[in-house]
Design a protein around this ligand. Structure first.
Ligand SMILES: [Fe+2]
Ligand SMILES: [Fe+2]
Length: 310
């Protein structure tokens, strides 16, 4: 398949060894300055809301920095389990393939630690707790992981491919190439570290998608995209829950009580910006559109991807 041309597992493993980092190296006991925004205003999207005072805008910015780390860290919980399903029966014939999958899973476990440490540093630095959709007892993340793993392997690799390309694009567009308003240095370094390893993951995903899609009928491929849409809906439900946590946190921290109308506007605006930051950048990614169109134009259409645009 065209989208997997030029990719091979041995090169992916070598690149992964070259860029590897540890969580301690990234943090170096640094903290975040809570008097400033942590992420670019575009991540929050509330600049145009006239009823928000400066302190509330600042706290919302901190909430969004927290939410991004919190959601990504929890989304990644399903990946190591999912990847073990990706191990082909004939793995002895290709050790690099097995290494690529196992390194990928281990890196995601490390990323979960990275994001958990980021959550803790944000709370210490800002001096208050942030609302969490995923509870500490792991009830929600267990249910979320099980719901994802209930879908077949191919659509799981497809949504992962989209999300991993999405985080790449989001970092490059909103942080790396955005010199005036990049955000807090520690937060940027955390995103950069994540970005360095996600590049290899997206390549492995593309190879797995090509391998799994090879023997599927057009109808099976169309159905795989219906599964991708269902997986997207599972992710979206977590956005709804985390946005409510953001609104609760800003009210608790600033003492402000929003009217029903203000809360509704805020909920809609924050949901829109969160979707844009995580799933919007993923499902509308030009490389993902190419994959979807090569596999199933009909399936791609169910995700709103049309051939004439690409
Ligand atoms: Fe990751
Ligand atoms: Fe990843």
């Amino acid at each position: 398949m065209r989208f997997a041309q030029g990719l091979d597992y041995a090169t992916i493993v070598a690149a992964s060894e070259k860029v590897a980092w540890t969580v301690d190296e990234v943090f170096q006991d640094r903290r975040i300055d809570p008097s400033k925004p942590i992420v670019p205003a575009s991540w929050v999207g509330t600049d145009g809301l006239p009823f928000l005072r400066q302190q509330e805008q600042l706290t919302l910015n901190h909430c969004r920095a927290f939410s991004y780390a919190h959601l990504l860290g929890n989304f990644e919980e399903f990946i190591p389990l999912h990847l073990t399903d990706g191990v082909p029966p004939a793995w002895q014939a290709n050790r690099a393939h097995l290494r690529a999958l196992l390194r990928f899973g281990e890196e995601e476990l490390k990323h979960q630690e990275l994001f958990r440490r980021m959550e803790a540093v944000l709370e210490e630095s800002c001096g208050h707790p942030f609302g969490r959709y995923f509870d500490a007892d792991k009830v929600r993340v267990t249910a979320f992981t099980e719901a994802i793993l209930a879908h077949p392997t191919l659509p799981r690799f497809l949504i992962l491919l989209a999300l991993e390309w999405g985080t790449q694009r989001h970092y490059v567009d909103s942080i790396r190439d955005h010199t005036e308003e990049r955000g807090a240095p520690l937060y940027v370094d955390v995103l950069k570290a994540h970005w360095l390893e996600e590049a290899q993951h997206a390549k492995t995903d593309a190879l797995e998608v090509a391998r799994l899609a090879k023997d599927k009928t057009p109808d099976e491929l169309r159905v795989a995209f219906a599964d991708v849409a269902a997986l997207g809906a599972l992710v979206d439900a977590t956005f709804v829950g985390q946005v409510d946590e953001e609104i609760d946190t800003v009210q608790q921290v600033t003492g402000r009580t929003f009217s029903d109308e203000e809360s509704a506007t805020l909920r809609e605006t924050l949901h829109r910006s969160m979707s844009a930051c995580i799933t919007g950048v993923a499902l509308s990614h030009p490389s993902f559109a190419k994959v979807a169109l090569e596999l199933s134009p009909e399936g791609a259409a169910t995700l709103g991807i049309a051939r004439e645009l690409h």
